[in-house]
Design a protein around this ligand. Structure first.
Ligand SMILES: [Zn+2]
Ligand SMILES: [Zn+2]
Ligand SMILES: [Zn+2]
Length: 262
């Protein structure tokens, strides 16, 4: 398969199962592998380009991808569930890995990496400015609403457009306007950390996520960053089917491959 998103980790910082947690999702995940969720890691494959967005755990090995070339990494923010996979990757035998980040609110651990690079080549990038990676691939960082400085990404691969929105609660007006100005959006990948019963200032619940999807009107949406503090998956799936604002709304799971119709 060519041109697809491979979700390596669709969970929150706590992962599912959360250690020693007895909630229904965690118990279910201990019984059934398919309900387990690792920290955020999203691998985009565009022709022969491999792009990682966030790398919250070293998951390439788990999927037998330990020998692929990593062309670019983009890090959304300095919460460890989005970058701690970079530590083992430091010892890569690849000559260098370009890592783009937006460079505010950097925590001690992320700062350590920045200040002591091995094979990493860190590149600071401002928001709302297009980064041309090659003639068919460009990425624009956009600001999100989280409890530390966080950027989402608008990705264009030829005519196919993808929006990456995690971690966030809703969207700042400037980012909503920026996205509404795009000709079309093929896929939205969005933070949906909580079920409908929990309200947070830093993460979407499923209603917040569906509202953003409704406003952006993409062709497809994938709800992700699913924490164990959710109703059981069957409930979430029914909830999506009863409340989805567009036809194609999917719930992420670890290992999911989503093909781009380019
Ligand atoms: Zn997170
Ligand atoms: Zn739990
Ligand atoms: Zn976060």
């Amino acid at each position: 398969m060519k041109n697809y998103l491979h979700i390596l980790g669709s969970g929150s910082a706590q992962t599912t199962p959360c250690h020693k947690c007895k909630c229904k999702n965690c118990r279910e995940a201990r019984k059934n592998q398919k309900y387990r969720r690792d920290c955020s890691a999203y691998l985009f494959r565009f022709d022969d380009i491999n792009l990682l967005i966030d790398y919250g755990a070293h998951l390439l090995n788990k999927y037998g991808l330990d020998d692929i070339n990593i062309d670019y990494i983009f890090i959304s923010h300095a919460h460890s569930d989005h970058f701690k996979g970079l530590f083992p990757l430091s010892w890569t035998r690849q000559e260098k890995i370009p890592i783009y980040y937006s460079g505010e609110d950097l925590s001690g651990a992320f700062k350590d990496l920045l200040e002591n690079p091995k094979r990493e080549h860190f590149i600071k990038c401002p928001v709302y400015q297009i980064i041309n990676l090659n003639k068919s691939l460009e990425i624009t960082p956009i600001l999100l609403n989280h409890n530390i400085y966080t950027t989402g990404f608008f990705i264009k691969f030829n005519d196919y457009s993808i929006v990456y929105l995690l971690d966030t609660k809703g969207l700042p007006k400037k980012s909503m306007d920026f996205l509404k100005n795009q000709k079309k959006i093929d896929l939205v990948l969005i933070d949906s950390n909580y079920g409908p019963q929990i309200n947070s200032n830093s993460h979407n619940n499923i209603n917040d996520a569906l509202e953003v999807v409704g406003r952006l009107e993409p062709k497809n949406a994938i709800l992700t960053h699913i924490s164990h503090k959710n109703p059981p998956i069957k409930f979430l799936q029914d909830y999506i089917n009863n409340n989805k604002p567009i036809q194609n709304v999917f719930l992420a799971f670890d290992g999911l491959k989503f093909k781009f119709k380019v």
